[in-house]
Design a protein around this ligand. Structure first.
Ligand SMILES: Cc1cc2nc3c(=O)[nH]c(=O)nc-3n(C[C@H](O)[C@H](O)[C@H](O)COP(=O)(O)OP(=O)(O)OC[C@H]3O[C@@H](n4cnc5c(N)ncnc54)[C@H](O)[C@@H]3O)c2cc1C
Length: 518
């Protein structure tokens, strides 16, 4: 299959990028692949909203920049922070023009406040902002004749000089597996965009959906693309302790923004003595405090007391949270919500320039799979949807320019080699894949999670080596399946995270090695 632009992933980043490209270039062909259906993504589960300065009477770009820099713990790229904050307003307007609806009060956008923000600036759609955005973008994308949508297709590997034997030093598309037929397709493209989201599934408890296995990062690593900031994994402080249909459900920070309090089972409001902003302290501090409280008390969880929020306000602002809590027999705001921290957001990723291009020409990375310098060592709440919008726009502008330049001739793309390798996969191996995934998640949670030690990282590296060897054997001897692809990527990302964590010699942002504490 040949296309001009290949977009891998259908969250806010991929969809926004593809819409922008299609709007401005009706003559080019865009192909978008998505691992499951178009809807399933981290974006879909975003609850809180998008951080955008809207109330200029109280708020300012300077304040948002300042809050972002403080959260990022000295590791942000200030120039990036500035342009993302300033361009956010226009990008939000486009989203609204495309059909996304956000809550309004007295004819103005209703704004909420989340941890680390000095003002109310979170634009939201009740507590299902991501779903609203995702649905409106999907509706919009279906109006373009020049976009082909391939659901249930999974990126296997990027096509580079390694495959083509050429020396253009570019990316030429990707090998993709069709999940249902299990066939490997070559999709050649002049521009390839990774918008594959995060990798929360590396850990046992994650707010991310099951498909967040770091595939874009794994493929980029194999293409020798530079990755940065992987140790900066944000753990969301408050996920619902009982799983809902096997998934860990997020209790948005906005609930704390509206006045909910964290308490131990013994009734102590423990955040008061840990940070001046108490429950609204930066996420890493709240997550660590909850984990410490759980370790000290021996309890399985702490409680989020929502009793200061009226029944009407809770139902109006948090209907999805209430619905999911009710599924496991909890009735907020009357009942306190049992919560635990869970892996939530990857601040690190594929290093890109100010236009989302990686160090490999023709390969862009946008959204959660990228490292732009916005978040530094810790993301400020609700800055990620904002980053996705701003960088999708910038990457689209840059791609258009790049397509005007001297690219390899068309017949070069047509003659790229097909994928090599076909074998049979037995059910026994499928069991082995599931077992190895669980083993890896357990290893990452215990040794590379909220609390790390230098010895624990060494142990993790040694154990991961065995998981890697077993994975390689399965990969070499069997037909490639979705499960093998995911496991291979999870191992690669885990390895990079461990190695980069070993390289950090002080605690910064969300990175926390107990050996570095006095
Ligand atoms: C529960 C939850 C709540 C959140 N709340 C907020 C919030 O309030 N505000 C905020 O700013 N951020 C929030 N975030 C973070 C934010 O939602 C994500 O960072 C953002 O949506 C990422 O968008 P994306 O387009 O980069 O990736 P995603 O939305 O994750 O999309 C990734 C896409 O890539 C596809 N994909 C993955 N691997 C492959 C592959 N191998 N082949 C093909 N396709 C693939 C997936 O199927 C999916 O379509 C939240 C995240 C979660 C999980």
């Amino acid at each position: 299959m040949d296309t001009n632009i290949l977009v891998i992933g259908s969250g806010i980043s991929g969809l926004t990028y593809a819409i922008k490209m299609a709007e401005q270039n009706p003559d080019i062909e865009i192909t978008m692949i998505s691992k499951n259906n178009l809807l399933e993504s981290n974006t879909r589960y975003a609850q809180g909203g998008i951080a955008v300065v809207s109330n200029f009477k109280k708020d300012s770009f300077e304040k948002h920049v300042e809050d972002t820099l403080i959260a990022g713990a000295g590791q942000c790229d200030e120039e990036v922070v500035k342009f993302v904050v300033e361009e956010g307003h226009d990008r939000l307007q486009e989203l609204i023009e495309w059909g996304a609806q956000f809550d309004v009060k007295s004819n103005e956008l209703h704004l909420t406040k989340e941890g680390g923000h000095s003002e109310k600036r979170i634009v939201h759609h009740k507590d299902k902002t991501g779903l609203e955005i995702q649905k409106s973008l999907i509706k919009k994308i279906k109006t373009f004749a020049n976009i082909s949508l391939l659901e249930n297709h999974t990126l296997v590997d990027l096509i580079t000089d390694h495959h083509s034997g050429s020396e253009y030093k570019r990316c030429y598309g990707a090998y993709v597996i069709s999940n249902l037929e299990q066939e490997i397709i070559k999709i050649s493209a002049q521009i390839t965009v990774l918008s594959t989201g995060g990798a929360g599934q590396l850990f046992s408890h994650s707010t991310n959906p099951k498909n967040a296995t770091g595939d874009g990062l794994g493929a980029a690593y194999r293409a020798k693309v530079y990755m940065e900031g992987l140790p900066y994994v944000q753990f969301h402080p408050t996920a619902l302790y009982p799983k809902v249909n096997g998934n860990t459900f997020l209790i948005s920070e906005a609930v704390r923004g509206e006045g909910a309090l964290l308490k131990s089972l013994a009734g102590e409001r423990f955040m008061l003595k840990r940070h001046e902003k108490a429950e609204l302290a930066p996420r890493d501090i709240v997550a660590r405090s909850i984990a410490e409280m759980i370790n000290q008390s021996g309890d399985d969880y702490v409680l989020l007391d929502c009793s200061s929020i009226s029944e009407k306000a809770f139902l109006n602002q948090f209907p999805t949270i209430r619905e999911n809590c009710k599924k496991v027999g909890i009735n907020p705001p009357k009942d306190p919500i049992p919560v635990i921290p869970a892996a939530h957001y990857f601040c690190g990723g594929i290093r890109v320039n100010h236009y989302g291009e990686s160090q490999l020409k023709g390969l862009y990375a946008i959204g959660e799979c990228s490292y732009t310098g916005l978040h530094g060592a810790n993301r400020l709440a609700s800055n990620s949807l904002l980053e996705s919008l701003v960088f999708s726009h910038r990457a689209a502008l840059d791609s258009i320019e790049q397509m005007k330049k001297n690219l390899p001739p068309q017949d070069f793309y047509t003659h790229l080699p097909d994928w090599k390798g076909e074998h049979y996969i037995s059910n026994k191996k499928i069991d082995a894949i599931v077992k190895l995934k669980k083993q890896l998640q357990n290893l990452m949670t215990t040794k590379v999670g909220i609390f790390k030690t230098s010895m624990g990282l060494l142990e993790a590296e040694a154990t991961l080596k065995n998981i890697f060897l077993e994975t390689q054997e399965i990969y070499r001897q069997n037909k490639l399946t979705l499960g093998v692809c995911e496991l291979r990527n999870m191992v690669s990302v885990a390895y990079l995270m461990i190695k980069q964590s070993q390289g950090l010699k002080e605690n910064i942002g969300v990175f926390y090695n107990q050996d570095y504490v006095d």
